[in-house]
Design a protein around this ligand. Structure first.
Ligand SMILES: [Ca+2]
Ligand SMILES: [Ca+2]
Length: 271
């Protein structure tokens, strides 16, 4: 019995270690630190990185996405987990569909060299190259909130500002982004406008850009609106969301693991 059970337990433990939705199970990981000058880093989840400069417009990239971000649609209906980072914090956090959160990737996994924070994050894609196609620059220069690699402005600041209800002409800075064709989920840096409207930077909006208005993302059992307590919920020092991404819901992985455990127990009983 032992000779059978221990290898099985080992296999389950290995599966648990590698398949709980951790960074080693996610391909094509890219991140950018602050003041990156358009250089982003490919990271393998073991602390190793490779710097690449895909050719973003001059400036510091502060948000990255693919044209059709994987798990975008699942995220909208709470069937994918949200990856999120915060101002001045080097960790990547995860929030599952029922609002549990924990550190998904710590600095030793992201980048063994010193860095400040995860200013921009993009995952899923081929290994060894960047597949980020949409991005934002620090300060949204030229009145453009979202740019296309090798192309022009995908979404102007005026359009995004109007979608979230900011008074016309108020300057703000888009700082976190997922895109799926004409749809996007995004965050901005803290801003107040003359009408008294104020955002603390912890908001996440969903916006179908073919429509006039964005709405707060509903994920993890709560709205990602201004009232949501980012600091208290995640135990971080800033309300400001700096980057976002999506990965499969870890509970679906847990279900598979549970089945494996039951299988092991059944085999054990038979023997
Ligand atoms: Ca920006
Ligand atoms: Ca933000």
């Amino acid at each position: 019995m032992r000779t059978f059970w221990f290898p099985l337990a080992g296999a389950i433990a290995l599966f648990a270690a590698t398949a709980t939705g951790g960074p080693l199970q996610v391909s094509g990981k890219e991140y950018a630190d602050v003041r990156n000058g358009g250089t982003i880093k490919l990271w393998d989840g073991l602390g190793n990185t490779v710097s690449v400069s895909p050719g973003f417009n001059q400036g510091d990239v502060d948000a990255l996405s693919a044209s059709f971000d994987l798990f975008f649609r699942e995220l909208l209906i709470n069937q994918a987990a949200l990856l999120v980072s915060f101002d001045g914090d080097p960790n990547i956090y995860i929030e599952d569909g029922i609002g549990n959160n924990w550190i998904w990737a710590a600095p030793a996994q992201v980048d063994s060299s010193a860095y400040t924070m995860i200013e921009a994050l993009e995952v899923w894609g081929p290994e060894g190259v960047s597949d980020s196609s949409n991005y934002s620059l620090l300060g949204d220069p030229g009145g453009c909130a979202v740019l296309v690699l090798g192309g022009g402005c995908l979404h102007t600041s005026a359009a995004v500002g109007a979608a979230i209800g900011l008074a016309p002409g108020v300057q703000f800075d888009l700082d976190a982004l997922m895109t799926y064709g004409d749809e996007m989920v995004f965050s901005i840096r803290p801003v107040s406008d003359p009408t008294g409207l104020s955002f603390d930077g912890g908001e996440l909006w969903y916006w179908d850009t073919k429509t006039a208005s964005a709405s707060f993302l509903n994920h993890g059992g709560h709205l990602w609106d201004t009232a949501f307590d980012v600091m208290g919920t995640f135990g971080v020092n800033s309300e400001n969301v700096a980057s976002i991404e999506a990965v499969p819901e870890p509970s679906s992985v847990a279900l598979v693991m549970g089945s494996l455990g039951l299988l092991g127990a059944a085999i054990r009983r038979r023997r």
